[in-house]
Design a protein around this ligand. Sequence first.
Ligand SMILES: [Mn+2]
Length: 203
Amino acid sequence: MRTLIIGDIHGCFRELSDLIEKFGPTDNDQIYSVGDVINRGPESINCIKLLKELNAKVVMGNHEHWYLRSFPFKEKTQQNKIFKSLELEDHLRWIYDLPYYIETPKFIIVHAGFDPRRPIEKNDKDVLVSIRMLEDIDKPWFEEYEGKKHVYFGHWGKLGLYYGKNVTGLDTGCVYGKQLSGIVVEENKLLQIKAKKVYCTIS
Ligand SMILES: [Mn+2]
């Protein structure tokens, strides 16, 4: 059995398909995603459909979290307009049921990270999908992490591919024209697909 953990996808379906093909999953393999499957890029719905077909395990990203917070789009804010255009209502239950982190005997998958000075289950959902820095000590959250389980996370596109002490950052900014990354855990092997184009400029 092999395990593939995929970084932030953001609707980049062609790159996701290529990455899956490169991995070549069998029925014994398990695919995970660090979340932010949707939004910003061109084909959010197709990304969800493919991950469902593959029985991938996906954690909640800030974009899925915000989508749920915005639904049913009553307020006319800019964010709601963007999400409305995604037309993801058929997949609402799937998004709603996404866990905020996944912990296995070997590793933890979380979208952004957590404050490691307290147990992950004691971190707020908003923290799990959005943390980068521990503001009070002005350090990235993972610099304080001393747990034994390896943590795989995304969310930090500017950080890019990051190998730290028992942590791996996998958001390599595909939607910004960089790469879609995945890591094969058992082989510690990195798979990358170059973005077909710049879908979105960094805001
Ligand atoms: Mn994110």
